[in-house]
Design a protein around this ligand. Structure first.
Ligand code: F3S
Ligand code: F3S
Length: 105
């Protein structure tokens, strides 16, 4: 799967969402998350992110390695809700991300 890491937090550009052929990039309160079971590894999202927040799981920088877990755990309560567009914006984040200080200043 691909993973969204820290540079998306408090930015949420959403260019990636328009590129994803399977609509598996879901929106939380402060960042977006790629559904690890729905992502087909097409890679279309990665080059369009202006903050370079998206990585293939094996290429995640060490400092952001916990974002793999965050992208998985975000869906623990959601399951597979049938596409990001239908799911809409969630009002929560993974606790690690929720605890970050504001990133956009
Ligand atoms: Fe975030 Fe980049 Fe997508 S900032 S919403 S991962 S285009
Ligand atoms: Fe979609 Fe990116 Fe995966 S475009 S299918 S989330 S690699």
């Amino acid at each position: 799967t691909y993973v969204i890491a820290q540079p998306c937090v408090d930015v949420k550009d959403r260019a990636c969402v328009d590129e994803c052929p399977v609509d598996c990039i879901y929106e939380g309160a402060r960042t977006l998350y790629i559904h690890p079971e729905e992502c087909v590894d097409c890679g279309a999202c990665e080059p369009v992110c202006p903050t370079e927040a998206i990585f293939y799981e094996d290429d995640l920088p060490e400092e952001w390695s916990d974002y793999f877990r965050a992208n998985v755990d975000f869906f623990a309560g959601l399951g597979s809700p049938g596409g990001a567009q239908r799911a809409g914006v969630q009002d929560f984040d993974d606790p690690m991300i929720a605890a970050l200080p504001p990133q956009n200043q």
